[in-house]
Each structure stands twice: as C-alpha cells, then as structure tokens.
Design a protein. Structure first.
Length: 210
C-alpha cells in the first residue's frame, strides 16, 4: 500500500506558488521563489527527524534540550531544474550532503534518459530527499529513486513543488514506500506532457533559457 502524499496547504507556500505561476514573473524572482518554497517545504519534510536530549549551559543555567540524533541527510536534485531548490533546503540543513542525478526527457517518447549520477560516498547511511520542482509524467522521479536504491539507500523521500495526478500515481505505484511531499496538485498533463495549469518549464524559467 502506497504512503499518502503530503500536499502542503500553508498560506505562505500557496501565496508564493501563485507568484511562481504568473507568466510575468522574471527569472530572478522566480529563482528566489523556488528556493523559498523549497525551504518552507523542507521544514515539513524533516518533521520526523529523531531527537536526543543533551545538556547545554546557557548564560543563566544548565538546560536539558534536544538536538537532531543520528540520521544524516542528503539532498539529490534532478538536473537541471532541481538545482533551483538546493539553496533553499541547504539554508535549513547546511550540514547535508548534495548529490546530483541528470535526466532529460526524450521529446518523442517523453521517457527519461540518464546522463549523470554522482552521489555522496556514504549515501547508503543517509536519508535521501530527492528534489525537483515538477512531477509531470513521473518518469524522471521513478528512475532517479531507482538509481538511488541501487546504491543501497533505504530511506528516501521525494519533494516537488507542483505535481500532476499522473506523475503522482506513477511514482506511488513504482515506489510505494517513498513519502511524497508536494505543494500543489494540479489538474492534468497536456498532450506534450506539461502540467496544466502548471507554471511552464521550471528549468527554463529558473535559468532564463526560454
């Protein structure tokens, strides 16, 4: 049985997504918004990190307080649009390692083609959060997670900003134990494999290549 996707409804996230969708939002602002949304989403995606109690000496007294225990994180953006989310998540978890997976979508078949995979050497000891702004057909996400699993990683999450129902189903069916976090679930894919209403091509809008 698949884990239920976590769809975020926080007002700050929804407000920023409205700005992302606007075709008049320029690349600089778009990049900043993607990073901000990623940081807000990461706050929720890391909610289950385990804690341990420690003693800290404050300027006033000794306090029993909590720190993150044991579990190390790695973020793996799917190139190239996933890079836009990296700064945001690293702002929250600066000690995390970052891997990269390069996949592009064949325009004829709409299937993902792998061209690059570089993961931290100790990735199997880490909880991995795969990040990509758009979950469209789901092909890239499915393949990226399969590549990470092949390296021996047990704990994997997936985080996107906007998802199509088709992509959500494909990813859930292929990897039912991966928790999916998304900020908006849109209506459908069009005949070209773009999310409707979506926000256009996230990579082009992040890097100004449209």
């Amino acid at each position: 049985m698949s884990l239920k996707p976590f769809i975020m409804d926080h007002p700050l996230i929804q407000h920023k997504i409205s700005l992302l969708r606007d075709k008049n939002t320029g690349s600089k602002e778009f990049r900043e918004l993607v990073a901000e949304v990623a940081m807000l989403m990461c706050y929720e995606a890391t909610r289950d990190l385990p804690l341990k109690e420690v003693e800290i000496e404050t300027p006033v007294a000794v306090a029993k307080t909590k720190v993150i225990s044991g579990r190390k994180l790695a973020f793996v953006p799917i190139l190239r649009a996933g890079i836009g989310m990296v700064d945001g998540v690293l702002n929250l978890v600066p000690a995390a390692k970052v891997g990269h997976i390069g996949l592009y979508r064949d325009p004829e078949t709409l299937k993902p083609v792998e061209y690059y995979c570089k993961l931290p050497v100790d990735v199997q000891e880490r909880e991995v959060i795969v990040i990509d702004p758009m979950l469209a057909t789901g092909g890239s996400a499915v393949d990226a997670i399969s590549l990470i699993r092949a390296k021996g990683v047990k704990n994997i999450k997936y985080m996107c900003i906007i998802a199509a129902p088709e992509g959500l189903k494909a990813l859930s069916d292929a990897h039912p134990d991966v928790q999916i976090y998304c900020a908006a679930l849109d209506e459908k894919l069009n005949e070209h494999g773009y999310i409707v209403p979506g926000l256009g091509d996230a990579g082009d809008r992040i890097f100004g290549t449209k």
